[in-house]
Design a protein around this ligand. Structure first.
Ligand code: ZN
Length: 226
């Protein structure tokens, strides 16, 4: 009752469609949640995200929650996540997708969730790493720990324009360091990021984790861009 009164004074809006939120809704309205373009790739072992890594690096499971469509809902929400100071978007996505992964028993195959770190100058600029709340949301539901301090980004990656795959890879190779070797060695890791495009950042990070002798590597992103 009191909450409804306050929302009359201070209306709350859906971060996807800008429509008003009703009392039980948080951050994204029910309609927009219903219309989110899910990939359901976690039900499909040889999915297009997995395909990005064939012949490059060994990946156990490859997941992406949503399809990134230009000018679509997911693009708008990811923009709010990265530039609009709305980390709660990724927390919700992590919880929702975590439930779907748990339903398929994937939590039994992962020891630790690791978000891809930002370079510290980028982190200062943004105030948070947009992959952290996604990792946190997954962790809460799956009952698996997450650790944002396992890796460190030592080199700021270049803007990736239209270059060949090899050159793109060189751009992001050896940009990560392992801070906590004990959290890597012998572990089944789930590496998470906001969007996967070419997969070169995840690949580079994954190579670092294999150098640290992880047992298995899976990847999970909020969205996949074709
Ligand atoms: Zn909406």
């Amino acid at each position: 009752m009191l909450k409804d009164f306050f929302s009359l004074l201070f209306p709350r809006y859906c971060l996807s469609c800008d429509g008003p939120l009703v009392s039980e809704e948080e951050t994204i309205c029910t309609n927009c949640i219903y219309e989110l373009p899910k990939t359901n790739y976690h039900l499909e072992p040889n999915n297009p995200v997995m395909g990005k890594f064939y012949g490059l690096i060994k990946i156990k499971h490859a997941f992406a929650y949503l399809k990134f469509v230009k000018n679509g809902k997911v693009q708008k929400l990811l923009h709010q996540l990265k530039y609009g100071n709305h980390p709660e978007i990724a927390l919700l996505f992590g919880r929702w997708f975590g439930q779907e992964l748990k339903d398929q028993h994937f939590h039994q195959e992962i020891d630790l969730i690791i978000p891809i770190p930002l370079h510290r100058s980028r982190l200062r600029q943004r105030g948070y790493n947009q992959s952290d709340p996604f990792a946190q949301g997954l962790s809460e539901i799956l009952g698996i720990p997450w650790d944002a301090e396992v890796l460190q980004r030592v080199i700021k990656s270049q803007t990736q324009t239209l270059k060949g795959r090899e050159e793109r890879w060189r751009n992001v190779s050896n940009i990560f360091n392992i801070n906590k070797p004990n959290q890597v060695q012998g572990k089944k890791l789930l590496l998470v990021d906001d969007v996967i495009t070419t997969g070169s950042t995840l690949e580079s990070c994954g190579n670092t984790l294999y150098q640290g002798e992880c047992q298995e590597l899976s990847v999970c992103t909020i969205a996949v861009s074709q």
